[in-house]
Design a binder for this molecule. Structure first.
Ligand code: UT7
Length: 321
């Protein structure tokens, strides 16, 4: 049996860190409100010289070095983003060229905050069917470029960054390691709760993010609890067996509510929303890389990834490292 194994990770953040206090000088908000309602204390904002592609390339380089894999071994790059460098070509091809591994497969996946889960599940399927041997799965965003900086209900919530993992197809005999189960969902009925009010085929402009946060929150807790339950059942694993949950980092209250609903130990949830804010498709691989590098997540651990975002889209994946 072939399974995809996560063999390395890397991440990248813009140079500039913006605190809640600095934001409160520009919009009618406060550090207290942001921390109490979201857990966010700061976010990183890309400068003119930083793009989704440059952050993705840096994260990918670090993931390759961490895995001990050369760029020319990579036959597949799946990059999740809702903020590509250009409408086309895919930012994945920009990363491919920067890494110098031209010739393999490279494309973007657009599932907003669930993008990394969609990218991971897609790359996993492609590796298991033999389309490539080694893959880079990247989540990278510059959401600061699509925020309405006069809308306090959204601009305080998001940040920029990138995270990447290297996947390797390995033949296994005992059914032990690798990505054990993935589940993805979408429900297009809720588009107006979280969307960008522009695009190439409508306004011809990039547009700005619009969100009805309270409603999104309610859907997130229900959908995430459901998909986590589904993945656990599919893998035949109990919630108590999970070593680490690496969730999408939108709001610490969503993480708490989901953990309570499933009876997960809050100490086993990786929380980086305080440092990074919501980096959309980048948030899961960024949090994963932080927890691997600080020694929390170790080889052999059972790790659950989950995310929910615009579309709505949501998904989860369970992996034995
Ligand atoms: O990543 C994709 C998925 N996205 C999410 O999962 C986001 C989900 N939603 C959330 O995280 C939360 O709903 C928010 C953080 C967006 C908002 O928290 P909330 O507790 O749902 O607040 P609310 O929208 O109900 O607003 C409460 C009050 C309102 O004032 P009134 O109407 O009660 O007078 C808002 O106008 O807070 C006000 N408010 C603010 N006050 C200070 C909204 N934004 C701010 C702000 N600073 N930045």
């Amino acid at each position: 049996m072939i399974r995809s194994h996560i063999v390395g990770s890397g991440s990248a953040l813009p140079e500039r860190c913006v605190s809640n206090a600095e934001l409160a000088e520009k919009v009618d908000t406060s550090d207290d409100w942001i921390v109490e309602r979201t857990g966010i204390r700061q976010r990183y904002i890309a400068g003119d010289h930083e793009t989704t592609g440059s952050l993705a390339t840096e994260a990918a380089r670090k993931a390759l070095a961490d895995a001990g894999v050369e760029a020319d071994e990579i036959g597949l790059i799946v990059l999740a983003t809702a903020t590509p460098d250009n409408t086309f070509p895919a930012t994945a091809t920009t990363v491919q060229n920067a890494l110098g591994c031209n010739g393999g497969i490279a494309f973007d996946v657009q599932a907003v905050c669930s993008g990394f889960l969609y990218a991971l599940a897609t790359a996993d399927s492609m590796l298991r069917t033999g389309m490539a041997q080694k893959a880079l799965v990247i989540g990278a965003e510059t959401f600061s470029r699509i925020l309405d900086w006069e809308d306090r209900t959204t601009c305080v919530l998001f940040g920029d960054g990138a995270g990447a993992v290297v996947l390797e197809a390995r033949e296994i005999a005992d059914g032990f390691g690798g990505i054990l189960s993935t589940k993805l969902h979408a429900d297009g009925a809720h588009k107006e709760l979280l969307y960008v009010d522009g695009g190439p085929s409508t306004t011809g402009e990039v547009g700005k993010l619009r969100m009805k946060g309270r409603e999104v929150f309610r859907h997130a807790v229900v959908n995430l609890a459901d998909v986590l339950t589904e993945v656990l059942a599919n893998a035949g694993v109990a919630a108590s067996e999970i070593d680490w949950v690496v969730p999408h980092q939108a709001n610490s209250r969503i993480l708490d509510a989901t953990a309570r609903k499933l009876g997960l130990d809050p100490a086993r949830i990786v929380v980086t929303v305080g440092e990074h804010a919501n980096t959309s498709a980048a948030s899961v691989p960024l949090a994963f890389d932080v927890a691997r590098k600080d020694g929390r997540i170790k080889e052999g651990d059972l790790v659950m990834f989950e995310a929910m975002g615009g579309g709505f889209t949501w998904g989860a994946a369970l992996a034995r490292l």
